[in-house]
Design a protein around this ligand. Sequence first.
Ligand code: NAD
Length: 360
Amino acid sequence: MSKNILLLPGDGIGPEIVAETRKVLEVVNEKYDLGLELNEALVGGSAIDATGKPLPDETLAAAKAADAILLGAVGGPKWDTNPDFQIRPEKGLLGLRTELELFGNLRPAILYPQLAHASTLKEEVVSGLDILIVRELTGGIYFGKPRGIREKEGGVREGYNTYVYDENEIRRIGRVAFEAARARNKKLCSVDKANVLEVTVLWREIMEELKTEYPDVELSHMYVDNAAMQLVRAPKQFDVIVTGNMFGDILSDAAAMLTGSIGMLPSASLDKNGKGMYEPCHGSAPDIAGQGKANPLATILSAAMMLRYSLDQGQAADAIEAAVSKVLDQGLRTPDILSEGMRQVSTAEMGDAVVAALNS
Ligand code: NAD
């Protein structure tokens, strides 16, 4: 049965990195007989230029109809100053997340041994690092109501937000995390602030409740301030971390930097049926767009995640990850991960090298 994959190149380096990923998907499609049908649509700034909207109706319809979505990146100085927030590129991305109910964000932070020196932390602290952060993406304080800036008595202004999760929201992200831990090293750390925030007292309670469904997974709890400290002190103690939207936003960026290069990190955002949107963790890098300097590996690794999590094609996913490791072994580096003695290659040369490694 064929699988409909929607490619959304977006802006800046997006089209370059998605073009390389397309080559890789075409190879595994043929090699593993996956029946992938690759289609493309506009999102972000390029969609604003063509249609006036960051998320055109036809793109949303194509995204809803697709089995999985692979996105490059959106945004750039041309559109970032538009005073109307509704026609900013990010609205395209947020619109897709909301419309498709992509509540489960999976961000692996994997340090390839070949790049251990690229981390700002000592090699022995990060070498072999392989963490998965599961972040709730459509609830919590970023979406809670009421919110705003109001005037109190005496004309003093105050800003306010609402941190709210109901038990169903906690349960569904908890299940994503327990399942992910079950497929990895069976260790799950739930991060909260249960000593201060009632909403996370409930979070902790629900995680404990879920534990009975997953007796093979070892569950621990950690306060977010300690988690931030432990991530830079001894990150290898973690296997899977699950947390709410805001804590996850902050911790996943810290974890990303442990690996030294944002150009290597994929991500997935999943709905309740496992359908997902896959994208690199980085943005559209307008400073290097169109120069053949972008690292396409984060997007290629996002495609591997797509095959694993939404299409149940673990073998093809493993093959892509092995091919990426092989090109790193060969000493090929885009400028962002270049070090002494390695060979600098362009975006397209890196894509071609992954294709060659898959074919070898
Ligand atoms: P960025 O991630 O685009 O770039 C940060 C730095 O990392 C830049 O120096 C860039 O050259 C470098 N970089 C990023 N990806 C790279 C890659 N694959 N290879 C080599 N180097 C890479 O973040 P920014 O500069 O803060 O944002 C630029 C634009 O991207 C903005 O318009 C922002 O809104 C948008 N953005 C989009 C997303 C998304 O689409 N998911 C995420 C973050 C930022």
